[in-house]
Unconditional design. Structure first.
Length: 257
């Protein structure tokens, strides 16, 4: 689904934020990317979507850009459009008729527990409901690859668990590949098939890729009591402690022509 080789990204400073990063994502796999602040996690997602230009490296996607969805930290709902109109907007841009787009929008709102809320404006929705609308907005386009940048960080614990569980159920049912950026180690374990740990920046790189040996489908609350959960959480904490203490890896010397 996704293969990244030798990715180097920066913001014009003397050193890149991350360097020589390799990462792959299989079909229908859920992967998380964790690491210290400033290690370039969000930059990886932006590079995949073309929002940020790589200084070096190759990003190989097996799906067209139209089949890649991006769920940001903050929702991008238009305040003058209803929930259904917001969800239908991307479908209309892709050429779907107004009636069909609104029908699919209502279907996805219902699948996310918002049946009957399609006529409400964003100001009439709670934070959790707005997040569900944003998720419906992305999933209604039927992406095969979903990129998520800490999309649940602003929600309280109870709402966050409910919204995340609903999203996980849909992703598993639809067979969508997911790459999630998160600071929440427990969330990364509960959701993922593999957790990639980035080192400290600048010139961050992946230090470890930890598989999650917890069967699916998953209940997010019950998963935390699985025998594999606590040992993996301790391992990830050790990885991150090491990531913060390691010096940055030097860039390779250029090869003479």
């Amino acid at each position: 689904m996704l293969r990244i080789n030798g990715l180097t990204l920066g913001y014009g400073g003397p050193e890149p934020v991350l360097a020589n990063l390799d990462l792959s994502l299989k079909e229908a796999q859920f992967a998380s990317l964790v690491g210290p602040s400033g290690s370039g996690k969000t930059s990886v997602l932006r590079a995949i979507t073309g929002l940020q230009r790589a200084q070096a490296g190759v990003i190989d996607l097996s799906v067209p850009p139209a089949e890649v969805g991006f769920l940001f930290q903050d929702d991008a709902l238009l305040p003058w459009r209803t929930a259904a109109q917001n969800v239908a907007l991307g479908l209309r841009i892709h050429g779907m008729s107004k009636a069909d787009a609104l029908a699919r929008a209502e279907e996805w709102l219902a699948r996310l527990g918002l049946a009957g809320f399609g006529g409400r404006f964003p100001r009439q929705l709670s934070g959790g409901q707005r997040k569900r609308v944003a998720i419906a907005q992305v999933l209604a386009l039927r992406p095969r690859l979903l990129l998520m940048d800490e999309p649940f960080a602003s929600l309280d614990a109870i709402v966050r668990t409910r919204v995340t569980q609903d999203l996980l159920n849909l992703v598993q049912r639809e067979g969508i590949s997911v790459l999630l950026v998160t600071h929440d180690l427990e969330e990364s374990i509960a959701l993922s098939d593999v957790v990639h740990v980035l080192s400290n920046g600048p010139r961050a790189r992946i230090l470890a890729s930890r598989p999650v040996s917890i069967e699916r489908p998953r209940d997010l609350v019950a998963t935390r009591g699985h025998p594999a959960f606590a040992p993996l959480l301790r391992q990830l904490w050790r990885d991150l402690e090491g990531a913060s203490s390691l010096p940055a890896e030097p860039l390779p010397e250029p090869v003479a022509a």
